[in-house]
Each structure stands twice: as structure tokens, then as C-alpha cells.
Design a protein around this ligand. Sequence first.
Ligand code: NAG
Ligand code: NAG
Ligand code: NAG
Length: 143
Amino acid sequence: MNSLPILHLLLFLLGFQAPQAQGRSLSTYQPKQYLKMISEIMDLLNTSPSRSEETLDPNEINTLLNTTLLRPNLDAFLNATKNFYNNESLIWKNLKEFLPLLPNPTSRGEPIYIENNWDDFQKKLKKYLEALNNFLLRTSTES
Ligand SMILES: *[C@@H]1O[C@H](CO)[C@@H](O)[C@H](O)[C@H]1NC(C)=O
Ligand SMILES: *[C@@H]1O[C@H](CO)[C@@H](O)[C@H](O)[C@H]1NC(C)=O
Ligand SMILES: *[C@@H]1O[C@H](CO)[C@@H](O)[C@H](O)[C@H]1NC(C)=O
């Protein structure tokens, strides 16, 4: 009996099970699926035009784009989302999918402050989606 097919089967099984045992990790996730979730959120945000085309404060932009703060900022957005949507909404569900992907912060920084008004939420989340998008593209080209 030829043992080659069995070796292939073993390699296949090993390759298939290893990522599952580790749970979702950066090397096994599907960047496309996450990029799609980002654009779904963006589409929803863009359905209501921003009343004020007012720009963000440079400090706030730094906070939103800071990689160390990706995770604390996500927590802040999940919390702020509750002011406008319930936990069954697409925005909430999609944002929550990013929790296991983002590294826990090595240093404690102040996350973004989001006012309880739609304009503020909308413009800050749009900027934050940019940061998430950059993070995905960076990690998917590293491996
Ligand atoms: C969550 O949101 C509520 C209501 O907007 C706010 O009072 C609270 O401080 C927020 N908590 C965190 C951890 O951001
Ligand atoms: C949404 O909130 C309700 C009420 O607090 C809770 O029963 C339900 O489990 C939540 N669903 C999710 C997906 O977190
Ligand atoms: C990002 O935030 C951390 C924590 O607040 C801070 O130490 C670091 O200097 C910031 N990085 C940039 C590039 O602003």
C-alpha cells in the first residue's frame, strides 16, 4: 500500500486543526471578511450626512489612529454605539468581531472621548475605521 496519500491526509488534518485549536489568530483570520465588515459600517454611517463638516482636533486624530489605543478605542466605540443602536444592530455586531483581533494595549493611554451626539460619533468612528483598515492591511501583509 502506498503511504503517500496517508501522509498527505495527515498533513492536511494537522494543517486544518492547528488554527482551530488556537482559536482565531492573526495568521488565520480572513482579512477580506473584516474589510467587508468595515465597509458595511461605513455605508451605514454615510446614510446620514454629517451636518457639520467640522474637522477633528489633531489630538483626537492622533488618538484615533494610534495603534496602541486600537483596543481601548474599540471599547469606547462599543460603549458609545449603545447610545444610538441596540446590540443586535449591524454596527454593534461588526465592531464586536474585532475584539479578538486587536492586541491588548501594552501601555495605558486615554481612549477617545465620544460625545453623546450623532455627529461626534459619526465623524470619530469614520476616522477610527481608517485605523482599523490600516491595521488589517498591515497585519495581513506581514505574514
Ligand atoms: C459608557 O457610556 C456611558 C453612557 O454614555 C458613560 O456614562 C460611561 O462613562 C461609558 N463607560 C465607558 C467605560 O466608557
Ligand atoms: C442584547 O441585550 C439583551 C438585553 O440586555 C440581552 O438579553 C442579549 O443577550 C444581548 N445580545 C447580545 C448579542 O449581546
Ligand atoms: C499612542 O498612545 C500611547 C498611549 O497613550 C502613547 O504612549 C504613544 O506615544 C502614542 N503614540 C503615538 C504615535 O502617538
